[in-house]
Design a protein around this ligand. Structure first.
Ligand SMILES: C[S@@+](CC[C@H](N)C(=O)[O-])C[C@H]1O[C@@H](n2cnc3c(N)ncnc32)[C@H](O)[C@@H]1O
Length: 301
């Protein structure tokens, strides 16, 4: 039997401080084109009954991809290329009259929206955005840093409004608010089922992954999970000296009456929940190391 440690890889292994991935240009283009095609087939079937793949979609997306790599947006805290593609395709098919993103941060997802849509219909909200200058210059409006999504006034006459929540706020409240503001589509990130909940300190509880199985959750049900303490910043660790001696941080969640009522109310508003297709066979993840569950959803209201 061969010893795994001694099996030779196709290429050499070396120690490095470089965490970037590299791929030959022609292979990269083929992989991205394939991912774009799969995403398009998936979304056109789910939303519009089999549209024809538009000829200009690949050149348009590849331009967006090139700009994304130049802006270095595929980083920790942002989305992977697979969902940069999914968002681009989704918005190209829906063609919304307005797109709002709550939780802009470094701008990997809003970058995709800006390339799929006209800049003047793209709005961003974040109390602490960290957009690089180039993405900022693509935006028509300043990122809103004071008002929350539920305080923001949207034009009620605009048809087909899409909102993307990547802000880790209670997903049920977000669904209820989006419905009241006349949004037809909601995209959710960081609102996964249990695998992803257990990998995050701040999942958007109650999550869309939970709402899909609303019947299984009762008042007073609880769950808790631990995360390696090194996921906490040194700044927060310094504030709680006890953390310095421990290996894990434990998070506990309980379904109280308000939470269950919100889940029931949100469920009533929903026509359909669609899981984003997983394009990961074709594309590298942005960050090295642990694989996180990054399941995203679109909700049709
Ligand atoms: C995971 S990051 C978003 C990543 C981003 N979509 C991207 O692709 O780069 C979460 C962001 O939500 C923001 N946030 C926190 N509370 C918020 C709120 N009430 N409304 C909007 N954004 C919020 C945080 O400041 C943070 O920048």
């Amino acid at each position: 039997m061969e010893n795994m440690a001694k099996i030779k890889c196709l290429e050499k292994i070396k120690f490095t401080n470089d965490k970037k991935k590299y791929i030959s240009e022609s292979l990269n283009q083929k992989l991205i084109k394939q991912a774009l095609l799969i995403s398009f087939q998936f979304w056109s079937e789910k939303l519009k009954n089999n549209l024809k793949f538009p000829k200009n979609l690949y050149p348009k997306y590849y331009k967006a991809y090139k700009s994304a790599t130049e802006c270095d947006i595929f980083q920790k805290g942002g989305i992977d290329i697979k969902d940069h593609i999914n968002i681009f395709v989704l918005l190209s098919i829906i063609k919304p009259g307005l797109y709002c993103e709550s939780g802009v941060f470094k701008g990997s997802s809003i970058h995709s929206a800006l390339h799929a849509l006209e800049p003047k219909i793209v709005y961003g909200i974040d109390p602490k955005p960290k957009l690089n200058k180039r993405i900022k210059s693509l935006l028509f409006n300043e990122v809103e840093t004071k008002l929350d999504f539920n305080e923001f006034e949207f034009d009620t006459n605009t048809k087909k409004k899409v909102v993307f929540f990547d802000d880790h706020i209670n997903s049920m409240q977000r669904i209820i608010d989006a419905k009241e503001k006349g949004f037809k589509y909601i995209i959710f990130d960081d609102s996964t089922g249990f695998e992803g909940i257990g990998q995050r300190r701040y999942p958007a509880l109650p999550t869309v992954g939970m709402l899909k199985y609303n019947k299984l959750f009762n008042e007073n049900d609880f769950f808790s999970w631990s995360l390696p303490i090194n996921k906490m910043s040194w700044k927060s660790r310094a504030k709680s000296p006890k953390s310095l001696l421990k290996k894990y941080i434990k998070v506990t969640a309980r379904i109280d009456k308000r939470c269950k009522d919100e889940m029931n109310q949100a469920e009533k508003y929903i026509k359909k929940i669609i899981n984003f297709p997983d394009l990961s066979e074709l594309l590298f993840a942005s960050e090295p190391g642990m694989i996180n569950n990054t399941q995203k959803y679109i909700i049709l209201l």
